[in-house]
Design a protein around this ligand. Sequence first.
Ligand code: GDP
Ligand code: MG
Length: 345
Amino acid sequence: MLNFVKMNLEQIVEGIISKNRRCLSRAITLVESTNIAHRQIAAELLHTLSQLTKDNSSRRIGITGPPGVGKSSFIESFGLFLLQQNYSVAVVAIDPSSKVSHGSILGDKIRMNTLSVHPQALVRPVPSGSMLGGVSMNTSQILTVLEYAGFDFILVETLGVGQSETMVYDVTDMFVHLYNPLSGDEIQGIKRGIMELSDLFLITKCDGNFIHEALLTENKLRNALSFLRPTYEEWKTEIIRTSSLESINFEHILKTINSFFSKNAILIRSRERREKQLELQSAERIKNTLMEIIISDECTRKKYEKLLRDIQYGNITEIEAGRELLKSFTENANLSKDMLQNEKA
Ligand SMILES: Nc1nc2c(ncn2[C@@H]2O[C@H](COP(=O)(O)OP(=O)(O)O)[C@@H](O)[C@H]2O)c(=O)[nH]1
Ligand SMILES: [Mg+2]
């Protein structure tokens, strides 16, 4: 990272645009970083990038579904298919192995061995720890970097559980939901919210012994879908049976995805949604920064700690505490300004 910091911005930007893997990988590490100095450079980098024109042709796709449904296998197999069609592919996979949680996904490693070494592809694991910890804005910035690099497809694999779902939904344009061929009986129990967000359903593992079950699951899914309100009136959610082992229906899936991305009205709305989300996140960051500045003053920090206790004991309301804090800060800040002026004199 230190070497990277020494590189000048132009070199980094050039590396990104020419899809230099080493450079991209470092740029991503930079925007992921929580270190203040790195964040500053990351901000400059993103600003420099924003001065360039990008053709907005990257298709950002979220791949969701429960652990074990075959998300990583699908991305590996479909990703290779896309490469064969001369598309470039980037994958951001939320890597559960980097966080100890949710029993069922422990030890699950990202399985994209062929894709990850392909010269036209970039596979980037993002630790789930940072995703769930609320640093999700960084993921959006990672996607922005990949977009400037001009990847045709940016596939984002969710964890399949918890908050990572909606977070990925917020930073992608299309949401693809994977179902197990044996999940027919569970469809009723699947969270309606996530189903409603999905733009395409895929039934995985339609090979070998699962073909019959897959048909039953498809019928149940079709039935459940008929009760859901469509997200966009321009789009009818499709259900496609597939197999990553045998690359089943990949042409059909690609055609469906391309048809989704040809609908400008949908893209405009999804990008508006994304901007709104980014605004909320920026507001959150500004709030945090303000708070950091305020309590960086020693005296005010002590006051803050006391106020927190006072709130606990019901001695003061949060609104009053906020005012007290600001008062303490302005007084002390004025004090240090006076001191500075005295020093000059
Ligand atoms: N038969 C069959 N098995 C598959 C297929 N796709 C994935 N699997 C298996 O399902 C398991 C979970 O796959 P994985 O891609 O890691 O699922 P993820 O947790 O959703 O990312 C693995 O043992 C895979 O080998 C498929 O198309 N056919
Ligand atoms: Mg996986």
